[in-house]
Write a new protein. Structure first.
Length: 165
């Protein structure tokens, strides 16, 4: 009786192992066939955080990846050219969209013009940004004349719009 139990247990283990192996092989095959060959933009040399990405430093390289996952990566040179690296970008490796950012128009600690506009009234002053910011970023600035800290939006020309927005 114990011999019969041992055989049935070994048989069950063998069948279970076979099913598991076929499931793994089937999913591996399915995973490969579900992936598409997509061209990604990759750096030709290492790009360090804070450096601006130039179009001459980019190449195209083919990778196998599912189409939905590809949207997380830079697919065209236009998406990367002129952007600032937030992380180290390694040569030949795909670039995550989140690893790039807009270049800062105002730098922390470098005086920048502040602008307050209300109707036809325009008041300007100088302020020291307490953080760097790109166009559209909402940052804090210390007014040089009064020392008061205000918040404002960085404009495309490098000025900071404060007050009623």
């Amino acid at each position: 009786m114990s011999y019969a139990k041992a055989i049935s247990r070994k048989t069950r283990l063998a069948v279970t192992a076979g099913l598991l192996l076929s499931a793994v092989m089937g999913s591996a095959t399915t995973g490969v066939s579900a992936a598409d060959r997509i061209a990604f933009v990759v750096p030709s040399a290492t790009v360090y955080p804070g450096q601006i990405v130039s179009d001459t430093a980019l190449l195209e390289k083919q990778f196998f990846i599912s189409a939905p996952a590809a949207s997380q990566y830079v697919l065209s040179q236009d998406q990367a050219t002129g952007k600032v690296a937030r992380k180290t970008l390694l040569p030949g490796k795909p670039i995550l969209v989140s690893a790039l950012g807009e270049p800062s128009l105002v730098k922390r600690g470098v005086p920048a013009p502040l602008v307050f506009t209300s109707g036809t009234l325009v008041i300007t002053a100088m302020g020291t940004p307490l953080e760097s910011g790109a166009a559209g970023d909402f940052i804090k600035i210390r007014n040089i004349d009064s020392g008061i800290i205000v918040s404002g939006t960085v404009l495309a020309d490098g000025r900071i719009q404060v007050g009623m927005q």
